[in-house]
Write a protein that binds this ligand. Structure first.
Ligand code: ADP
Length: 550
């Protein structure tokens, strides 16, 4: 072992042969200068107690310093590497045991021995990564010489050192998983945006075509295009939602909600699907449920949509689908959907709430489609809302899906108006507004302009935010439809700039292919007045224009 003499009775170990690799292994763990973590502090505390020492450290030896991930009994975060005992512990594959530093040539003159904290006893176990690099040590320190350390204490310290190293590596693996989940989520969000943009074109064109004179065959084809487009959109939303769940970025937006109206609305929306199969489709809402609940209405609808959608899908013609809301206890709301459908075999009941699981056999029988993510998403949402989910089923007879959600009574005064629009409604409104459409994609320009023209509006186009800023200064528009993602200048920046102009401020409506609450919040925060997600629905455009021109 070679040492560098620093002073009489003070030596520092010469750099190790593979010092660069060792340092790289330490840096790859991404732990230096991180926040304190309880799990490490518990270990140093335990070492202090078990070895009966005043100081215990998880020390990581950097190029010129030792940095403490955890520090029990010492008020410091780091010291120089020259005076580090732990740097000595590194170079030995086994324990560094110094019973009395004053009697040891390597440490007698060390400033941590001659000065505070006056180290006498040191016992350190190297922390070795799974690929063999010693990155630091777990150590016990006393200000008195100690010759009384037992084998059992030594073994305990060794076990703790392994635990620290496992924790450091798991911590790093966890961080990587989180980062890759975030990357996956960003990828899905990006893909969803990419897919929604052309889908906007398809659905928009189908809507425009529907308004022209068509023979019955053509009408049928258009319905197929529109129906398939909407299905595709639902699937994209489901995948995106699941990616958000995996990256833990879903937030609830609880608000005072007219629960009867919300459930009724959604029940009715799915009625046409039940009618196609001549199902006995019923809804009952118990009288004792308060009129207004403090709950996230979008999530309630999502849960209903999954339960009811599945019940209709897996129930043959002329069967029964019953939706009920009851008060399970004074503070629990039960949503239950039961059906007389194909049912689920006992062994399959455990897997249906897991992601990607679809009972393939069932798929073939019913020729059903779906991502297999619906119930996994529903279970996650129910748990996020503080509830529980369950299922009972008899194969061949039918199923019963339910969830119990916290029931918090609210009042009408706090209620947020819920507006739901019918996708299919082509409203023959006549709105003579002057509109600036800020949109870079030519297909979207054409579709949106055509829809607005059909409604009776005058439309000018700006291909990016910068052009829009010029235009609003020279013309008075009743409303600006602002795409969010555009080259040169995006919609957020353009809106912020427009809001600073000394002009008669226009009503600005965000147009975005991103469909989530967070996206809406971002638009509103940049100064926009309203939010429309693509593919655009005519009924929503009409409502918002009526608001803009009011
Ligand atoms: P999917 O998108 O495939 O419907 P879900 O997660 O919603 O995904 O459902 C998973 C599987 O659970 C379905 O493919 C189906 O086999 C089964 N399942 C769900 N609901 C019912 C039901 N009401 N009756 C029978 N089987 C059902």
């Amino acid at each position: 072992m070679s040492y560098i003499d620093l002073a009489d009775g003070w030596k520092m170990p010469a750099p190790m042969k593979n010092e660069d690799e060792r340092l790289q292994a330490l840096y790859d763990l991404d732990i230096l200068d991180s926040e304190a973590e309880e799990s490490f502090d518990h270990i140093t505390q335990a070492v202090g107690k078990i070895l009966n020492v005043p100081i215990s450290l998880v020390s990581l030896v950097d190029k010129d310093r030792q940095w403490f991930k955890s520090c029990y009994g010492l008020d410091a975060t780091q010291t120089g590497r020259e005076e580090s005992f732990c740097a000595h512990a590194l170079i030995k594959p086994e324990t560094l045991h110094v019973a009395d530093a004053r009697a040891d040539d390597r440490f007698r003159g060390n400033i941590l021995v001659s000065g505070a904290p006056h180290i006498r006893f040191y016992l350190g176990i190297p922390l070795v990564t799974s690929d063999g690099h010693a990155i630091g040590s777990l150590c016990a320190i006393d200000t008195k010489p100690r010759h009384d350390i037992t084998k059992e204490q030594l073994l305990t310290l060794s076990t703790f050192a392994q635990l620290v190293m496992t924790q450091i590596e798991l911590r790093q693996r966890n961080k990587k998983i989180k980062a890759s989940n975030a990357a996956k989520s960003a990828f899905f969000a990006g893909m969803s945006h990419e897919i929604r943009t052309p889908l906007n074109g398809v659905l928009g064109a189908a809507t425009l075509l529907k308004n022209t004179t068509l023979n019955s065959k053509q009408q049928e084809y258009i319905n197929i295009i529109a129906g398939s487009g909407r299905l595709l959109l639902e699937i994209i939303n489901e995948i995106l939602e699941f990616a958000k769940i995996e990256s833990d970025t879903i937030r609830l937006h609880n608000q005072s909600t007219d629960i009867r109206a919300a459930v009724n609305e959604h029940f009715t929306l799915l009625e046409s699907l039940a009618d196609e199969k001549d199902l006995n489709y019923t809804l009952s809402i118990a009288d004792d449920i308060p009129a207004y609940l403090f709950i996230d209405p979008t999530r309630v609808k999502q849960i209903l949509s999954n339960f009811i959608g599945n019940a209709i899908k897996f129930t043959p013609a002329n069967g029964r689908v019953e939706v009920s809301l009851t008060q399970q206890s004074p503070d629990t709301l039960r949503i239950k959907v039961s059906d007389s459908g194909v049912g689920i075999k006992g062994e399959d009941l455990n897997t249906i709430f897991k992601a990607y699981e679809q009972i393939l056999e069932r798929r073939a029988e019913t020729k059903s489609t779906g991502t297999g993510l619906g119930l996994a998403i529903t279970k996650y949402l129910v748990q996020l809302m503080g509830g529980t989910i369950g299922v009972k089923s008899k194969f061949g007879k039918g199923s019963e899906f339910w969830c119990d959600l916290p029931l918090i009574e609210s009042s009408a005064d706090n209620a947020v108006a819920q507006t739901e629009y019918d996708d299919d409604d082509i409203i023959s409104a006549n709105i003579t507004a002057n509109i600036l459409l800020v949109e870079d994609v030519p297909t979207n320009q054409f579709i949106i302009k055509s829809i607005l023209n059909d409604l009776g509006c005058n439309v000018e186009i700006a291909e990016n935010g910068k052009v829009a800023i010029d235009k609003v200064q020279n013309h008075q528009y009743d409303a600006v439809f602002m795409d969010c993602h555009m080259p040169v200048m995006d919609g957020y920046e353009a809106t912020k700039k427009i809001r600073k102009l000394d002009i008669n401020q226009p009503f600005i409506i965000a147009l975005t292919a991103n469909a989530f609450k967070e996206d809406e919040d971002k638009c509103l925060a940049s100064g926009m007045d309203a939010f429309l997600s693509k593919p655009l629905e005519i009924a929503k455009i009409v409502k918002i224009l009526q608001q803009a021109c009011a």
